[in-house]
Design a protein around this ligand. Structure first.
Ligand SMILES: [Zn+2]
Length: 168
């Protein structure tokens, strides 16, 4: 698996990391929909592709694509994909059906799909991470994160208040 050459072939297979020109849609080898190599966010430069492909476990790359999670937008879907990749599970994201948002926008809900052989471990990963792997369109529990932040802010406020009380 050699590192892809610059941006002459801007599409990349999420499974085997081969690069393709723009007129391809699917990887002929893996049947995976190709993604834009430089289109996965600022923290995933093109040089990451080889690294990602290396993490993928072949036993999770077999079978039809099945939906394991729903995300509210592209970055949430990428977050989920990153978690799955840590476990060696390749995934693709697709715009959820029935939402009429132009393709170039990052907004709009996404489905995260994995090969059938990776679906079970993927669901376990999502369960552990508190991401609900149901058919209901849901993603990261935002309440939990907000509560945690709130608690932190409250703690800082109390500490600051105690500080001024003692010193004053
Ligand atoms: Zn491929």
């Amino acid at each position: 698996m050699s590192r892809p050459a610059a941006s002459a072939e801007p599409l990349v297979c999420p499974t085997c990391a081969k690069t393709y020109p723009l007129d391809e849609r699917f990887c002929p080898t893996c049947k995976m929909p190709l993604v834009y190599a430089g289109f996965t966010g600022t923290d995933h430069p093109i040089t990451d592709v080889g690294e990602r492909a290396r993490k993928i476990k072949p036993q999770y790359s077999e079978g039809e694509l099945v939906r394991v999670a729903g995300a509210r937008n592209q970055s949430e879907a990428e977050f989920i994909q990153g978690m799955l990749l840590e476990e060696g599970i390749p995934s693709v994201q697709r715009r959820s059906r029935g939402f009429d948002v132009p393709d170039f926008l990052a907004a709009g809900p996404r489905d995260v799909l994995v090969p059938e052989s990776g679906a079970l471990p993927a669901r376990e990963v999502l369960l552990e991470a508190d991401l609900v792997p149901t058919d209901a369109p849901s993603g990261i529990a935002p309440g939990r994160l907000a509560l945690g932040l709130l608690a932190l802010v409250a703690l800082i406020a109390v500490v600051a208040w105690l500080g001024t009380e003692v010193l004053g």
